[in-house]
Design a protein around this ligand. Structure first.
Ligand SMILES: [Zn+2]
Ligand SMILES: [Zn+2]
Length: 160
């Protein structure tokens, strides 16, 4: 959605609400992104404040289980028509008075997403030897102290 900001910038006391949804066009984000919020001008300071709700569908980085998480990301910025000496992510420069809200929301979402997802914080992952899901029990594989030791053990056990 494009928000036309001229009217907002030109009035000192105005608040314009919006609520809409859009598709991220991304495999990770599995639902439309629902955005709700407002732009306002309070005595010359223009800001946007919104929340984006969506779900991600991905796999646990440790055990590869399918996971789906509902997430909520806040989108809060000051909007300025030209850059003075602000050097801060909080400030968004909208020179042509048109704010592309989809782009801004997506940017904030991608900045906030973790680099990997886990099915639960203490996921034990899979045994690197037999592939057993260690969340469901333990296997008989020896736990090596060091990956180089593991390689050595694998070599030795081939001789058996
Ligand atoms: Zn997991
Ligand atoms: Zn195992």
């Amino acid at each position: 959605m494009i928000i036309e900001l001229r009217r907002i910038f030109e009035s000192d006391d105005i608040k314009q609400e919006f609520a809409y949804e859009f598709d991220a066009g991304d495999e990770l984000i599995s639902t439309p992104i629902v955005v709700k919020g407002y732009v306002k001008n309070a005595t010359g300071i223009v800001s946007i404040s919104a929340e984006a709700d969506f779900s991600v569908s991905t796999q646990c980085a440790k055990c590869a289980k399918d996971i789906r998480k509902k997430l909520n990301v806040a989108v809060d910025h000051f909007l300025i028509d030209e850059l003075h000496d602000e050097d801060n992510d909080e400030y968004i420069v909208v020179e042509d008075m048109n704010l592309n809200l989809d782009d801004l929301v997506l940017e904030d979402i991608y900045l906030s997403l973790p680099t990997r997802f886990l099915c639960k914080n203490d996921c034990k992952g899979l045994c690197p030897y037999c592939g057993m899901d260690l969340n469901e029990g333990s296997c008989d594989c020896k736990k090596p102290i060091d990956p180089r030791m593991a390689a050595l053990q694998a070599l030795l056990s081939d001789d058996e």
